[in-house]
Each structure stands twice: as structure tokens, then as C-alpha cells.
Design a protein around this ligand. Sequence first.
Ligand code: 5GP
Ligand code: SF4
Ligand code: MG
Length: 459
Amino acid sequence: CGVFGVFNVPNACSLGYYGLHALQHRGEESAGMATVESATGKFSYHRNMGLVKEVFDQATLECLPGDRVIGHVRYSTAGESRLANAQPLLFKYRDGDLGVATNGNIVNAPSIRKELESQGSIFQTTSDTEVIAHLIARSNKDFVSAAKDALQRIIGGFAFLIMTNDKLLVASDPHGLRPLVMGRMGDGYVFASETCALDTVGAIYERDVQPGELLILDKDGLRVDRFERLERRATCAMEYIYFARPDSDINGINLHSARKRMGRQLALEAFIDADIVTGVPDSSISAAIGYAEQTGIPYELGLIKNKYTGRTFIQPSQELREKGVKMKLSAVRKVVEGKRVIMIDDSIVRGTTSLRIVNLLREAGATEVHVYITSPPFKNPCYYGINTPDRKELIASQKSVEEIRLAINADSLYFLSNEGFIEAVGGNDGKFNRGMCMACFDNDYPTPVDPNSEKSCSC
Ligand code: 5GP
Ligand code: SF4
Ligand code: MG
């Protein structure tokens, strides 16, 4: 998911609209914004299923007055795709309003929820974000202290924007698993999951929100506090590998450049000769350029993505698929025909995508297809908001590299090493993996996890 917030900028919802649009790749299922007019404390909101451009139009934006906003785009997950879970979630709180927008996942949400329900709480949604609102509402402390207590109780990976009629709170989990940045705009502040949203609205990047930090913004301005001390920074490796946009920076590292280095590293670890290098659009183009630069093998556009195949596009039936109807990706026949192709992709999860793409290239006349992956084998599920299936569906957890190669019909297959990946990202902020979570590769989760709890993104 993606979150975007504005504090003290007139007509905040129009910034929210463009900011959320820049974060659309982080979630296409639903979009929403809540605004506050600081002079009156008036709360307004609008949210719905669909893309930002479908959910909002001029008329709905005119109904969102104010100089503060929190906004959200939700990642599409298998199960709970319904309006009640669209964020920001809104609650009545002490004669006023409370809005919450989250990116991430709370690992212990099911157990807290069970406990609160046994004490009489009634939940309106199946989203674990609601847990934080209940914890805040049940406390008899002041709002900021209650929020701090609540943040200390939850375990997981999350970036929170929490807004009341007079305050905005911004928090990042104690390991900084999910990215969150702060920018300035005149006297105001802008918060976003990625820097690309700051650039889009013309805000000046100031810094990343630090793990365990709690920022409090109200009529007295910004106050920096923490709810937990930093023990281990563990920024999600998959953000570097494929999730975030290439024009964004995380912890000061530009993602296009990092992905290029991953491609270079692949060539250093396992060079193979071929006629062309191609990347699976969009996330792996940077890495393919890196591999080509390192080896001198020409980079070519062997695969094209159709940008317009959205979530609402009618999926072809099995029969149409067998007739060769392809929606998302096409191979460029004149480019790949008769060529030995190195195909770079970011990850293999179930393996179905890779098989499809290898076959596309072969049908278009490629004589050899060598698959190079810019991540280590994805063996363990994510509990922190990246949507992954159970271990039994993770192909790298079930099969050896050679068995995967056979399953995806490739001539060769190589996964980037853990060390090579860490070196390519180039961070140096922490002892473990130089500040990254790599649990889906190395099974070293930065928090306790409950293997029986929900794993998918419920943000
Ligand atoms: P699979 O191997 O499961 O068929 O597909 C993996 C591909 O799906 C990767 O190239 C990755 O870019 C893309 N992808 C799209 N959504 C997700 C997601 O939620 N999680 C992961 N890990 N990969 C995803
Ligand atoms: Fe990211 Fe993997 Fe860690 Fe999940 S387990 S936060 S996908 S690195
Ligand atoms: Mg991909």
C-alpha cells in the first residue's frame, strides 16, 4: 500500500490527489483521503474502490476542504477486497474524529483483536489497521500518550498516518520495514511512502522518517518523539528489488541505480555469453541495463508491457489464452528472433510468470533463454505487508534451482547471492544485512512472527 499526508498546505486534497497518483503502483484496489480544516477542525473524507483517477474527480475534491490530509492507496490482495477495508479508516473518537492510513501489516493484530473482542469491542472491518484505533480509543490517557502506548503494543512492519481534528501523527515501525519520507513545502510538511510522490507535488525531500519515530504535528508545529528505540534497522529488501518506483530513493539510495548495480552484480557472479540482454518491464529494466553495461552485451527491448491492462480489464478465458491472447506482456519478434537472450527479472514467487515469459520469448524465436534474477530465492513468506503466498506455493521453498529451471523452461537460471544483493544495494545502516530485512530469503525475521497468522498485506 501507499500513504500520503500533508500538514499545513492550503488545498491539501489536490496535493493528496497527485501524491496518491504517484504512489498508484503501490496499490490499485482502493483509494481514499480524509482532510481537516485546521481553523475549524472540520473533518471530511472520501474513499472508494478503484484507481485514484476513478475514485476522485473535481466534484469530490471540492468536498474535501482543508490544509491537512491523509491519503491511502490499497494493494490488491486475494481475500478482503471490499469497501469497508478501504482506507483511511474513520472512527468517532471523544466527540471528534480519528482517521488512520497504514502501509504494512501488524503481526499480532489477530491476538490483540481477539483480546479486545472478548472485552466487548466490536470491529467494523477485517483490516488489522482497526486494531490501532481501538487501542487508542480504549485508553484513558491523552491522545498522544494513548497512541504511543498503542504503537508499543503492536508488532510488525508499518508506516502510520493518524489524524484527529487537531493533530497529525506520523510513525514508522521500530525496524523501518516500510519506507516513509518527510518533505517540506513552504511552512508545511508532506509525508509519503516514496520520494517520487514528493517530487510529483513539488515538495522538497527533508529526510526519511526513522524507525521507531513518532512525529506529532499540531498548531504548535512539529515535535519529534519516539515510541521505541532503534535496535535493528530492517528496511524491506523487496522495496529495493521491485516494489518502489525507480525514481524514488530509500534511505538515500536511488532505486534505478541500485537495480542497475544488481544487474552488474549478476554479471560478476555468473557471466554467460548471449546476443542480447532484456529486462522484464517495468521493474527489471534498470537491472538489465546494468548487466549490459557490465558485459558489453547489448541491451534490447525484447519485451513490451501494455500499460493499459488494469485491474478492471476483462481477463481472457482459458480458451482465448490458448489461442494466444496475451494481455500484459509481448515479445518483440524482430528483436529476439534467432537470438540467445538473457532475460532479467526481479523475483520468482510462484514461477508461473517466469514460465509464461520464457515461453513468449521462445515463441518469438529466441534460440536460448537464460533467466537471471536480481533477488536470492524467495523461500519464506512475508508477514510485513508484501503480498506473498504460503511456503507450499513458493517455488523456491519447494524446489532446487535446477528443478525451478526445468519448471520455467529456461536454458539456465541464476539467482543473485545474498551477499551480492547486499553489496549492490550499498546501504550501511546496521549490522544485519547492512540495514535490510531479507527474511523472505534468509528466514531471519526482525520481529517475532506467528506462522499461523495472516501473512498477506492487510493494510
Ligand atoms: P510468479 O513467479 O509468482 O509467477 O511472479 C513473480 C513476479 O510477480 C515478479 O516478477 C514480481 O515482479 C511480480 N509481482 C507482482 N506482485 C507481486 C507481489 O505482490 N509479490 C511478489 N513477490 N511479486 C509480485
Ligand atoms: Fe520485505 Fe521479505 Fe522482509 Fe517481507 S520478509 S519485509 S518482503 S524483505
Ligand atoms: Mg515482474
